[in-house]
Design a protein around this ligand. Sequence first.
Ligand code: FAD
Length: 267
Amino acid sequence: MKIVVCIKQVPDTNEVRIDPKTGTLIRDGVPSIINPDDKNALEEAIKLKEQRGNVSVSALCMGPPQADTALREALAMGVDEAILLSDRAFSGSDTYATSEALAAAIKKLGEVSLILCGRQAIDGDTAQVGPQLAQKLGIPQITCAASLELDGDIVRCRQEREGGCEIVQAQLPCMVGVTGAINTPRYPSMAGIFAAYAKPVAVWTIRNIDVPADRVGLAASPTNVLRTFTPETKREGKMLEGSAATVAAQLVGELERRSVIKRRAAR
Ligand code: FAD
């Protein structure tokens, strides 16, 4: 059984700032990490490999050459193979063009039973790439998975919903987008880290996958970004003072005044 985990290298967003003049991300001095949900996807794949034995796990990343470090981390965690999809032809790709290239790379990997993605990337934040991949590969998808269980050729997940959850199942091959609730990713061991730097990371360019040049890159991207900016914080703050009972009464009064809560009529 083959599992492909799609991982994206992202800037550590707590530190991301936007240049107010150019509207672009200030990347200088900002560390890059594996997108957090994708680490959960890696952990889930490696767990399945450990539990079942007959599983091989490939990590796939589309990005610039420096995304090699994300794939080394995936190798150190325990994946069998790492592929970096990197070519100038892919630059400027929006989610549509990104999933086009990733889908072509997955097809090249042969018979893949399970594709694991993160629910969303912390920088782009669209949560579109996983579902687009499923659509382009013509396979079912389960998004927002907080658990995953394989039962023959069925994958069963607890799907997180607003206000609850549902158990959803689908036939393999399937794309599952996982959330951070699914597991706790392991730290790579020191031996794993050394081994990861002795292993190859395959670099595939557009010539290695079956995708026409006019389906990837900026020209093939239907999304137009009009402006990127940090919204100004205009939240007003009000400190309530006094005893706990006074503060509670003031708070209830304030919430009623703003129609956030409504007092029930006394019976
Ligand atoms: P989501 O859809 O939120 O990600 C969901 C999951 O999909 C991830 O958890 C991961 O598992 C998988 N995934 C997402 N992206 C990748 C990836 N690259 N490799 C492997 N798995 C992945 N970005 C650039 O870096 N360079 C550019 O030049 C560039 N140009 C752009 C131009 C336009 C017009 C637009 C709209 C975007 C551009 N981007 C560029 C951003 C890029 O399109 C997105 O970062 C990318 O498509 C992923 O979208 P997302 O971050 O919303 O991921």
